[in-house]
Design a protein around this ligand. Structure first.
Ligand SMILES: [Zn+2]
Length: 113
């Protein structure tokens, strides 16, 4: 259960932020998940309540924002990649081995009480 450990580290991260702000609880948190990361948003959302249980994050709503993959085509510059085609420019098919965005997993927003 890869997502369960990710949910736990998200809870840890959010608790640090709460502590920094002297906030007691959070009502919701938003994470950005790249379409090219190995994280399955549904699995993360399913794992979250158990990880948040007994913490200041208990009952908080987890929002997921999907971040599309963007590669750099020598011909077309930054292009939005299609998962089905792999690391290739969708227009000309040139390989775009470097992912400019789309493999992230980050805490974006935390709504505090
Ligand atoms: Zn291209």
């Amino acid at each position: 259960m890869h997502e369960a450990s990710i949910a736990l580290s998200l809870v840890d991260l959010a608790r640090d932020v709460l502590r920094e702000h002297g906030a007691g609880r959070a009502t919701s948190l938003t994470v950005r998940i790249g379409e090219w990361s190995s994280v399955v948003p549904e699995a993360l959302q399913a794992a979250f309540p158990a990880s948040a249980h007994g913490t200041p994050l208990e009952g908080a709503h987890l929002n997921v924002v999907r971040v599309p993959g963007v590669g750099e085509c020598p011909e077309h510059g930054p292009v939005e990649l299609e998962l089905a085609r792999g690391l290739r420019c969708p227009t000309c098919g040139a390989p775009t081995p470097q992912l400019l965005q789309g493999d992230e997993l980050e805490l974006d927003e935390l709504e505090l009480i």
